[in-house]
Design a protein around this ligand. Structure first.
Ligand SMILES: *[C@@H]1O[C@H](CO)[C@@H](O)[C@H](O)[C@H]1NC(C)=O
Ligand SMILES: *[C@@H]1O[C@H](CO)[C@@H](O)[C@H](O)[C@H]1NC(C)=O
Ligand SMILES: *[C@@H]1O[C@H](CO)[C@@H](O)[C@H](O)[C@H]1NC(C)=O
Ligand SMILES: *[C@@H]1O[C@H](CO)[C@@H](O)[C@H](O)[C@H]1NC(C)=O
Length: 381
């Protein structure tokens, strides 16, 4: 078996390189605000202007001036942008659905959105939504007519790409509720156990191709730097809070191990672990001169403070001043030269840069590009 597998791999990659390019008919995404294309907006009210200004020309359910990494993934695969499952108006799910919402964590929050700001659509809920989506979309398609043009064919669920970008909010929400570094680290195995449950659930529904982003360096984000200040000696040369980034890296190491374990449990799955942390941290700590990025930690859209970020006055926030409505959370002159959009999320320009880094496979394990991530074989053991 071992010899056969090795020979087959060599055969495929050397003799038939073109055959190794995947043709995913659909994209299904699970995540948080890093990949929310309208879920939280549909449920709880729209992301305000100037979100969306760069690309969509209006707010588009994204916490960004334009496209997210998941949008660049869709473009790269030749698929339409993925609509939010929660968005019942004008959505077309024929090529996938997005279950991500801003503020989502893997674990259920013990607080409400109105108290903590974290989303009730945790990964287990997203996973139920996916399972309903799969079952009900097929029933609806049996009615024919427009439903056949709005919902995926059954085969799309087994040959589609499943992307995951979630976990950061599990860590930050724990810090915001005053847990110590030790307590947050101790919670990681439970978080990843629930992550594995969600992946296995998708696999149980026929999903085979998984592209999994790890957690970004949240110790570099203004909302963490402002709300959870660290001692000066804990600030790294890039200006980021080293203790939080160390927790993100501990999470990522265990996430990678979880993926390795899942490969053994799910023999027909192709699981790619993508080190988005490394790409984002390299951008923030050492922006390539040719990229034109300046002020790596300073938000483009916001108000006040060291990072153009104030907790109560987010991007797009308005206030009545002398009887006149004034926008306090304004956008900067040139978002294409900024990395951080609003103190929490990245700009379209940064998302594009990160996508360009990760799509070729240089940050992936195994080192396969996005368009070949369906071709990996189970590990030979
Ligand atoms: C919520 O509380 C339960 C029980 O105390 C705990 O196991 C779980 O980790 C908590 N969730 C979060 C997100 O803190
Ligand atoms: C949904 O999008 C697909 C792909 O872009 C298109 O072929 C289909 O006609 C659309 N459905 C409707 C009802 O417009
Ligand atoms: C965390 O600590 C701060 C400062 O002591 C306190 O104001 C806040 O209520 C605490 N938050 C939680 C969720 O316990
Ligand atoms: C609001 O009105 C007060 C009193 O007239 C004035 O001092 C202040 O500058 C005004 N603020 C703005 C932002 O116009």
């Amino acid at each position: 078996m071992r010899l056969f597998g090795a020979v087959l791999l060599v055969f495929c990659s050397v003799v038939f390189p073109a055959a190794a390019s995947c043709d995913y008919p659909a994209l299904f995404n699970f995540g948080d605000s890093n990949s929310d294309t309208g879920g939280l907006s549909a449920a709880f009210g729209p992301a305000p202007s100037p979100n969306g200004e760069t690309f969509f020309g209006r707010p588009a359910g994204r916490y960004c001036d334009g496209r997210l990494i998941v949008d660049f993934i869709a473009e790269n695969l030749g698929l339409p942008y993925v609509n939010a499952y929660l968005d019942s108006v004008g959505s077309n799910f024929s090529h996938g659905a997005n279950f991500a919402t801003a503020g989502s964590s893997i674990r259920r929050q013990n607080s409400s959105l109105f108290k903590s700001g974290f989303s009730p659509f945790s990964l287990d809920v997203q996973s139920w939504q996916f399972s309903q989506f799969k079952a009900r979309s097929q029933l609806a398609r049996q009615q024919g007519s427009v439903f056949r043009r709005l919902l995926p064919e059954e085969g799309a669920f087994s040959t589609g790409l499943y992307t995951f970008d979630i976990g950061m909010n599990d860590l930050t929400s724990s810090f915001f509720s005053n847990q110590t570094v030790e307590q947050v680290l101790a919670g990681i195995p439970q978080i990843l156990n629930e992550f594995a449950t969600a992946v296995k659930s998708v696999y149980g529904h026929g999903g085979r191709y998984f592209w999994i982003h790890n957690a970004g360096p949240f110790g570099c984000l203004a909302y963490v730097l402002e709300r959870l200040p660290v001692k000066p000696e804990e600030v790294d040369p890039a200006g980021c809070a080293a203790p939080y980034n160390a927790v993100a890296q501990a999470f990522n190491e265990q996430l990678k191990a979880t993926v390795v374990h899942l490969r053994q449990e799910l023999p027909s799955a192709a699981l790619t672990y993508v080190d988005v942390y490394a790409a984002k941290y390299s951008l923030i700590s050492n922006p390539p001169p040719e990229s034109g990025f300046t002020q790596p930690l300073v938000a483009c859209c916001g108000h006040g403070g060291r990072y153009n970020y104030s907790p109560g006055i987010g991007c797009g926030a308005e206030q009545m001043v002398n009887g006149t409505r004034m926008v306090l959370g304004c956008s900067c002159a040139d978002p294409s030269r900024r990395i951080i959009w609003d103190g929490v999320h990245y700009t379209e320009a940064a998302n594009r840069w990160v996508f360009d880094q990760i799509s070729g496979g240089a940050f992936s394990d195994p080192p396969l590009p996005l368009r070949m991530a369906c071709t990996q074989r189970p590990p030979v053991s």
